[in-house]
Ligand binder design. Structure first.
Ligand code: HEM
Length: 186
């Protein structure tokens, strides 16, 4: 069945709507939710902030693996010389695992602080906005993947956007925390 031109043209709008719905819902929840001011769990870390900082770091390392496999599969880089047949699986597995590592982090952020945590500094506001945009961009990417269609630029652009937002989240939280409190602290 050939894709109608309307379907191809409509897909970016559908992806945008899906992403916007997720981002706005997180922002609204974060704004109306009464911040608990204490982390709901911390596993084996000394505190929920340390848990978030390390889980975010693991998510970023996995996202870099996902980016490198994508760049090789799209022929943007030439290492390794021959693309291993399992690179597609590694791309999906690293991306899915990175996403899973962000979930408890975002849950603790929203539960403990809500949106912006009542702070007045630009870093926390930028971080909170990026946090909501991250899941919106991810929802848009999954929308495009599941449609198995659409303009050739949609997936690389959305993949790059998700990666860039995650790096922004990392810089405005884990990297800030370490520069403020010292590295490493478990
Ligand atoms: C879903 C929306 C999100 C909101 C509203 C949000 C909000 C916040 C706020 C208000 C803080 C406290 C900032 C401070 O006082 O220092 C914080 C801390 C933190 N957030 Fe988020 N966040 C979100 C998502 C995320 C995501 C997706 C990640 C990582 C993938 C993340 C990683 C962190 C880390 C590591 C900290 C602790 C370091 C710090 O205190 O800055 N957040 N978040």
């Amino acid at each position: 069945m050939t894709e109608s031109a309307t379907e191809v043209r409509g897909l970016p709008l559908g992806a945008f709507m899906a992403g916007a719905a997720v981002s706005v819902s997180l922002g609204v929840y974060g704004s109306v939710h009464e911040a608990s001011e204490e982390g709901p769990f911390q596993l084996f870390f000394s505190g929920s902030t340390q848990l978030k900082v390390w889980f975010t770091t693991v998510a970023v390392i996995l996202a870099v693996v996902q980016l490198m496999t994508a760049l090789r599969m799209y022929g943007r880089i030439s290492f390794p010389a021959v693309t291993p047949p399992w690179f597609g699986d590694l791309h999906r597995l690293s991306g899915t695992t990175a996403f899973i590592f962000t979930l408890p982090v975002a849950y603790i952020c929203l539960w403990t602080f809500g949106f912006n945590g009542g702070a007045s500094d630009a870093r926390t506001l930028i971080h909170s906005v990026l946090g909501c945009l991250f899941y919106g961009a991810l929802a848009a990417k999954i929308f495009v993947i599941r449609k198995k269609s659409g303009p050739a630029w949609a997936l690389p652009v959305l993949g790059g956007t998700v990666f860039t937002i995650l790096i922004g989240l990392f810089l405005t939280s884990a990297v800030w925390f370490w520069s403020d409190s010292g590295f490493p602290s478990f």
